[in-house]
Ligand binder design. Sequence first.
Ligand code: CO8
Length: 258
Amino acid sequence: MSAPVVLTERPAEGVGLIRINRPEARNALTTEVRRLLGEYLSAMADDPAIRCIVLTGNEKAFAAGADIKEMAEAGAIEILQRGSQKLWRAIYGCPKPVIAAVNGFALGGGCELAMTCDVIIAGESAKFGQPEVKIGIIPGGGGTQRFPRTVGKFKAMRYVLTGDIFGAREASDMNLVSEVVPDAEVEKRAVAMAVQIAELPPLAIQLAKEAVIRGMDASLETGLTLESRTLQLLFASQDQKEGMAAFIEKRKPKFTGK
Ligand code: CO8
């Protein structure tokens, strides 16, 4: 029997890790991979023991895009019915933070997968790009939308229109990644950050993620109102009382998620 195309692990308390496991195909995203990613993300979102999620691949590829062999002969209606947008929604709609740990190729749908996460930790040799135009299509998971919103029109156009691949340093210079670390440190660093986040009050974390994501899609005034209401709401949580009391009493807080 062949190995499952997506694996899950618990590398540390409070942390769930999802690993794409198709090394023979540079982790190309088949319908099955996407279905399982959505399923595991949703299961981790519902699991109170998990407070932060790491999404990763292997040393050669985070994901080299949608599986070209699986879609080469498909018709438009078939592609529409595959509903690949469900995966992206599962990530940005996930109430818990998702950290992409990227080694090797993050191309096409793989680059979009990383961009849909909340934090991107990249290895020094990681390679990013939106090469879809080279195979006669355009990005389909946010590459024409999230990419320019992150790096600006002119850098995005430079890469979307040529399909050129770029390295982790260039990605970092364009603010496309959160941190660049040595290749061997990527997963370790992502898990360490996930542990750091998992130890914080989960309601504050969930609402901070929501405020950033929803606010990016709104006017500044609307975003600021959303932020104020969210902050005010957190004063109803036990963790706010505990966090502030612990600060004043000079002790370590005990957060309960309530
Ligand atoms: N799909 C299918 N198979 C792939 C993919 C892919 N995206 N990428 C790599 N593979 C396979 C290769 O075919 C090869 O298989 P085999 O051994 O059977 O020939 C194996 O992985 C190893 O690949 P290479 O020998 O090419 O390995 P290299 O290290 O030399 O090169 C690269 C790695 C640079 C990643 C190269 O494989 C490549 O360019 N891959 C394609 C990248 C690409 O174009 N990605 C974009 C795909 S389109 C997309 O993501 C957008 C879709 C949005 C719509 C979704 C609707 C469903």
